[in-house]
Design a protein around this ligand. Structure first.
Ligand SMILES: NC(=O)c1ccc[n+]([C@@H]2O[C@H](COP(=O)([O-])OP(=O)(O)OC[C@H]3O[C@@H](n4cnc5c(N)ncnc54)[C@H](O)[C@@H]3O)[C@@H](O)[C@H]2O)c1
Ligand SMILES: O=P(O)(O)OC[C@@H](O)[C@@H](O)[C@H](O)[C@H](O)CO
Length: 393
């Protein structure tokens, strides 16, 4: 049996990547900062994945799993020393914290003359997350180790798509949607490409990753921010609201026009891709919350992320992003308790005004045409309790 070390035993870790690895005959060693999940993995050495909302509910048994606490750097390095694959799904902001243990593992492999190729794949909602992880890992290697790593350690970037909502049960069981897509850049592997059920390959990853993030995640964040604004708890409820559906669809068509121009997707195929995604949002069995989907709005409203980047691209194509600007404005009103980034935005707005907060978070100038329009929309939203016709125009 081969061995994979996977960082992040959360929703995507257990509900998607861990499942695929197990189906492909890997033992999976999960690394996590959460003591509780690690001790449960070590007590049971197995868990279940439930696919819900399709024609029939499907259950998968995931065996041969165990856990190591992320604090135990030496033990993690020892696992990586003879691992066949390393994967991660910890959130883009946490990649820098897993890099030291990965670097230690690489050092141990080289010190033991283990020159088997190793590939390390970050499965995050970010463009070039594995490349970013490589930068963090290389900061911990000396020049000779970096040269050796250039020959033996690959960091293939990937795009990962499966909606895994917050879990309601205490145990390890993970509820997931039936849809799944994991696409990895075949040009960045070192050595033989591992055969993993459900892992697809491409030599054109940027097109796929941008299509995914600037469609699914754009629409998801838009639904979450507009849904929160209108008082919905769940994504499937929010997307059923006609006003929200129309605004999200407008935003996706704007983003879609930029993707079609950038990557040459066929218009009809892209339209079908959008429709399929909107249908996935409607899955009531997921009970996916607007607070999870909108989480970390400083990241999500950032200049390179799912709402602002397509809006700026649209502007460059002389399309005024009427739908996207409304979603950005609603994002500035997103304030669920317990979301530190959402609270930070609210504090910025209270302290220095929405103009300053907009500039700080999105890097859009408050005095630009788009900036002024976002602020006008924000103020209108704040003073009413519906998206309203006057807001939609
Ligand atoms: N849930 C989804 O629908 C989904 C789908 C596609 C991609 N993603 C992406 O996958 C990544 C993980 O998302 P998620 O929904 O699984 O989140 P999650 O919070 O359920 O899981 C993340 C896990 O990483 C762990 N973690 C955090 N810091 C760590 C560290 N330093 N070392 C080890 N473990 C650490 C957390 O304790 C948690 O268990 C994100 O980048 C997300 O964008 C999520
Ligand atoms: O994980 P985030 O915080 O980047 O985004 C929240 C959701 O949009 C995301 O997790 C989706 O469910 C996922 O990307 C579906 O593939």
């Amino acid at each position: 049996m081969k061995k994979a070390v996977h960082f992040g035993a959360g929703n995507i870790g257990r509900g998607f990547i861990g499942l695929l690895l197990s189906l492909s005959d890997y033992e999976v060693v999960f690394i996590d900062v959460d003591d509780d999940v690690i001790s449960k993995l070590n007590q049971k050495n197995s868990y279940q994945v439930l696919e819900v909302g399709g024609r029939e509910e499907k259950e998968y048994q995931v065996d041969h799993v165990r856990g190591v606490n992320a604090k135990e750097e030496e033990n993690i390095a020892a696992e990586i020393k003879d691992a066949d694959l390393v994967t991660a799904a910890v959130g883009p902001a946490n990649l820098e914290y897993i890099a030291p243990a990965i670097a230690q593992g690489i050092k141990k492999r080289f010190a033991a003359d283990n020159l088997d190729y190793l590939n390390i794949i970050a499965c995050e909602n970010a463009v070039q997350a594995s490349t970013k992880l490589q930068e963090y890992v290389y900061e911990k290697l000396d020049e000779a180790e970096q040269e050796q790593a250039n020959d033996y350690i690959g960091f293939p970037d990937s795009a990962v798509d499966r909606i895994v909502p917050p879990q309601e049960t205490e145990g390890l069981t993970v509820k997931v949607e039936p849809f799944k897509e994991w696409i990895v850049d075949e040009t960045q592997f070192k050595g033989e490409i591992p055969e993993i059920e459900g892992m697809d390959l491409t030599d054109n990853l940027l097109a796929f990753v941008e299509r995914k993030i600037f469609t699914l995640n754009t629409g998801h964040a838009a639904t979450a921010y507009l849904g929160y604004y209108k008082g919905y708890q769940y994504i499937h409820e929010a997307i059923k609201d006609e006003e929200i559906y129309q605004t999200v669809k407008d935003a996706l068509l704007e983003s879609g026009r930029t993707l079609i121009k950038e990557y040459g997707f066929a218009e009809k195929t892209h339209q079908q891709y959008i429709d399929k995604i909107l249908k996935r949002f409607k899955n009531p069995a997921l009970q996916d919350s607007v607070s999870r989907v909108g989480r970390d709005p400083i990241r999500k409203l950032g200049p390179e992320d799912r709402l602002v980047k397509p809006a700026l691209r649209a502007l460059k194509m002389n399309i005024f992003p009427i739908g996207l600007r409304k979603c950005i404005a609603a994002g500035l009103l997103f304030a669920p308790e317990g979301d530190d980034e959402a609270q930070e935005i609210q504090t910025m707005i209270k302290k220095d005004g929405v103009e300053k907060a907009l500039e700080e978070v999105t890097e859009i100038e408050a005095n630009s045409l788009l900036g002024k329009d976002i602020i006008r929309t924000y103020n209108k939203l704040k003073d009413s309790n519906s998206l309203g016709d006057k807001i939609i125009s």
